[in-house]
Design a protein around this ligand. Sequence first.
Ligand code: C2E
Ligand code: MG
Ligand code: MG
Length: 646
Amino acid sequence: MRRWSLTTTFAAVSLAAVVVLGLVVGVVVQRVVKHAATAEAARAGELLARFVEDRLTPASVATGLTAEEVSYLDRASGHREDRGQLRSLRLYAAGGKILYDSDHKLDGQSPPVGSELALAYSGRVASEVEQDNRPEHPEQRRLLEVYVPLRLATPSGTPAVLEVYLPYAATEQRARAATRLIAGVLLTGLAALWALMWWLSINVNRRLRRQAELNEHLALHDALTGLPNRRQLTAEVGRAADAGSPVGLVLLDLDRFKEVNDALGHSFGDELLNQVAGRLAGNARDGELVARLGGDEFAVLVPAVADPAAAQAVGARVAEAFEEPFRVRGVLLDIEPSIGVALMPHHAEDVDTLLQRADVAMYQAKHGHTRVATYDQVTDANSVERLSLLTELRAALGEAGGLHLAYQPTVELATGEVVGVEALVRWDHPVRGLISPGDFVPLAERTGLIAPLTQHVLGLALAQCRSWLDAGLRIPIAVNLSARNLAEADLPARVLAALAEHGVPPELLTLEITESAVMDDPARAELILHRLVGHGVRIALDDFGTGYSSMVSLTRLPLAWLKIDRSFVSKLTQGGSAAVIVTTSIRLAHDLGLRVVAEGVETGDQLEQLRDRGCDVVQGYLLARPMAPEQIPAFAASRTRLPAGG
Ligand code: C2E
Ligand code: MG
Ligand code: MG
């Protein structure tokens, strides 16, 4: 059933109310008029009765009227009837006997005594409106009937009663006129009131509708930029997908927006976001939808896109919007976006997955430093699996446990003596078995779990070192740090606290850092490393040769060791550039006063090449695989017999 609009409902209800009110008023007015008419008739009847009394005697009332009296009454009634004031007259003796009837039809008869007559016999005036059963004029069908007790007592003691019939027409007309006037005034008033209420209701209705529209707008738009929000984007993606052609979603966030916000304030950040919104909207083509998903995250919906390459091109076009620097309150800002592109149905079947896939692509763009990345399934093949791995890693770092360390000895090339061990983390996963660090350390790095992981490893390694010390063995131990660890200002304090907790002298601890960790923020890394070294901790530069550290930063860092990456060592015997790099690295390290470790030594040939080039220490499967801590004391005691070069 179709529902009535608010205004129609109001019109119907209020109209009905006004009509009912009008009817009630009409009835009340009619009643009042009738009451006034009967009262007036009673007064007229009484007046007539007073005249009649004067002409009659108690005796004639008892025995019968004289001819003189009858003719007086005839005259009185006829006279008044001429003027239309009196219709008929009757005189009752006691017991209801009619002494006189102006029509002379009922003289001497005794019709049944009605209630009004009985009331008059008891001494009270009674009046009522009666139907006229012998109307000469059909329009005068009603009469006013008044019974007045006369002050002429009959022998029985009850008074004689005069019955006077007066025409009701005049009174009725007056009543009608009055009713009409009152009803007119009232109905006009009610109509005016109703019109006013109608107008008010239309206004209220309009205002409500406007408010509803505003609410709807707010529900689907972002308050800051006025762009569509995630809800509308989701709805539009669904709509575009229903249309049948592939849908492209370009997701982007601003690199280092948080820094802008923190450094320059939130209102500054808001202004920047507004400008970004403006540029994205200005850059969008017809049919594309630009939305803000929250924070510094924006999206562009491309409703019909041919293939991933075309979507990638849209991503590149979005990137163009950031080529010009932004000017916010006079400050020039170079803002770089990370842009992820995903397609439906190529990469996702539904909206949520599409958003998630675009997010993965965006993440790839950010970390691959490519700016625009299209989701490719291979990279994210096991993203769900990774997510559960993350939860389990968190548990493993807590009470559940499951992480342990393997120790790989490093051996002095000249003497075969063990100069230390490198702690390498292992995860005994209850279902997947042993997981190597390459499979979960990067995950921890991306998710903020790296600080607790490093702390955990450091604790295990130092506890191990302590127990060797307790057994009379001084075995220097190396622990790997992540790039992220160097961004933590409290790293030195935490390392020193761990050393103190386990009672391990700082010079027994080496922290291995990578070139890329240093390159992210060289000044900061330098500061943190100097503080650690100031307390006696040693620093090794791991995987040397794989990064692009500048010579300058190398000389500024307080390094003790340089660890040449396995990739060069493995190609050493093939000659070529690897051999040149190894030679140069060793020479450079020595010039800077560092000792050199060669990683991943697997063959005797490699060992020989390294010895020839003056390498100090070697580490690799040729000498020892990473092993359980219990095996280390025996290994360290049996000074390694290094194979002689061929
Ligand atoms: P890395 O620090 O360069 O450690 C040396 C890696 O090379 C170890 O792999 C070791 O088992 C392997 N290796 C040693 N000798 C040979 C050899 O002769 N041949 C070959 N093919 N490999 C050799 P692993 O244990 O899988 O660790 C891989 C990387 O994971 C480490 O590289 C290190 O960067 C990282 N890592 C390990 N433990 C930790 C940790 O506790 N914290 C952090 N942040 N990273 C860790
Ligand atoms: Mg290492
Ligand atoms: Mg290494």
